[in-house]
Design a protein around this ligand. Sequence first.
Ligand code: ADP
Ligand code: MG
Length: 765
Amino acid sequence: MLELKKINKSYKTGDFVQQALKDVSLSFRKNEFVSILGPSGSGKTTLLNIIGGLDRYDTGDLIINNKSTKKFTDKDWDSYRNNCIGFIFQSYNLIGHISILDNVEMSLTLSGVSAKEKKQRALEALEKVGLKDHAHKKPNQLSGGQMQRVAIARSLVNNPDIILADEPTGALDSKTSKQIMDLIKEIAKDKLVIMVTHNSELAHEYSTRIVEFKDGKLISDSNPITKEEKNEETINIKKTAMNFTTALKLSYNNIKTKKGRTALTAFASSIGIIGIALILSLSNGFKIEIDEFEQTTLSQAPIMITEQAMDLDEETIEELAGNNLTKYPDEEKIYVAKDITETMTHTNVITDDYMEYLDNINQDDIAGISYQYGTNFNIINKSSDGYQIVNANNMLLQSWTLLPSKENDSQNTLIESNYDVLAGSINNDEPGLILQVNSKNQIYASTLEQLGFTGEEEEVSFEDIMNKELKVVLNDDYYNQVGNYFIPNQNLEELYNNENNITIKVQAIIRGKEDKEILTSGTGLAYTNALTDLIISKNKDSKIVKAQQENDYNVLTNQPFDETTTKESILSYLGAESTPVAISIYPKDFTSKDNILSYLDDYNENKDENEKIQYTDMAAMLSTLSGNIMDAITIVLIAFSSISLVVSSIMIGIITYISVLERTKEIGILRALGARKKDIKRVFNAETMIIGIFAGLLGIIIAYILTIPTNIIIENLSGLANVAKLNIIHAIILVIISVLLTVIGGAIPANMASKKDPVIALRTE
Ligand code: ADP
Ligand code: MG
């Protein structure tokens, strides 16, 4: 069943060629105990390694089961070693970091036997060599003789047909040697045992056949196979494969023997993970903070409908910036740049139809709605400098339109939640003015002038402001008809003292609340709805309005209309029309804001471009901006931290390389037991994977702990509590990345390990 035909084997070291075997032809019976004798260096070990499939012959052939092995693949050799061969070495070659039982089980493990059967068979084998009670010890807790018996048990456990023993008693005293020889002889009863020894006494005492070698050549054979002897018995060969859990167990036990180093390595590779986890938890926290801000504060920012709307959706901005084009193009082409005013602005014509549409908005969604009119009030004040006309359109605080309305109580709540009333009270049913000061109680000098002060005052008391009286002169008193047009009365004193005038005062002084600064930062004057209503009701039937309605020229100048001064705009200016020029809608919250926006969008459906009414969503513009900045910062920081991930990846490569060097012997043993190259790779991949998981988990735990001081620092700096929050998904992804990077880092050394020559690996100490 086993036959060597003219086997030649030589080793090259540099230019020197050592012929280890020369034309060796030798056949073996299925059941005999062959001793191979010969001086050191005569090629005995080489012969054994070739028979065992651990080393390859150069020329000749090894016949197994009457079949040539010339065409054997690596896999075939692996299976052959695992199933048919049991090795016993002079230096025992047990794997030091796993138990006796695990050592014996190893070749069963490699051939995929179930755990239960494996244990049973291993214990049986250990019982045969008298070491059942020592199954859970580590190899270094046994004597030399005991270790060799473990090695014998290991060689037997897979029930191979051939046992190869290379000087099994070489390291043992004579008494122990005899015990081992007895054991081997017992085995040889139903197997082929080929034993190398230089103890010819033992050889002659125990074996059934003695073969002698010298200088790589067979020089004698005490019992050669005759031509009549037929050799038809066969041996069967099964495939082997180590599963990944075995690889993990093997590496886990190995790692346990070098805890300190593993912990340091894992800690070093966790630093990148810690960095990224912290950055992610911070940006995650800030995003949540921004979202909350958006949902509470920003969602209450008004949706504004003005005459000129800005159409600033993301697409338009991209287009304006020319982001769809490449920089420094090679084509000989010219592209048209988008004009900002044309692209961005849209003229809204607010019609009665639209006002009606707004009236039907779901009242549950809105906290308030306010209108600005283009109506000019003829306001005259009196200061120490004399009488003065105030342009009511300049007086209006453009961004401050949060006036309570008669119909909508919630608007009052909206004001209360956004502003502190410092003096007086807001009564929207009473015609009057409201003065908003900034966070430092400042207003502009021009506002003071509008109120009837000189504008040179350093400070003015609330009382003085509240006591100031302004007069609104009605159209019929203000304008005098001259032929077919009208001119204002120039006598301001007379106008100021007209008894038809409406007297107005500052009703209330208000200031934006501290935490609502973004929305309430303006200063200036605003007026109540009641004032607008009153003035429009008095002026809409005035002579000048009637005249303007009847004539197709500007009755204020006697000039024809043009693009900006239309009949409508003059009528609106004179207080004949009550269509507002600007509308601000205040949503109650985030969801109601969405409802309002979609309601407003619905209006534009199927409308011509010039009939569409477009709104400006300040909050959305603000939050997209802050969201984008956050993303950019996060990406930059992560890129920096990733460098440390690359560094740790390289470090893992080096550590694995060292581990490969340390575990070279183990590689040889595993290969001798039938492990495939792939299995060796698995062992080291398992090792890096364990380190990767460990590093990832360590990184996440440390990062999680670090969020506590980070949050304390941030709270002290910005007042925001619990910003850094580690997202569980991020944590899981980071552990996976850590594992991937360490496995990649260890891949090259693991590959090197798998390619190691098993013979050389076994020779290393
Ligand atoms: P033995 O086991 O009989 O002492 P070996 O089979 O180990 O002898 O070695 C036979 C010859 O081949 C020796 O001269 C040895 O130096 C040489 N040899 C064995 N293995 C190698 C190797 N891997 N590289 C180079 N020379 C080797
Ligand atoms: Mg030898």
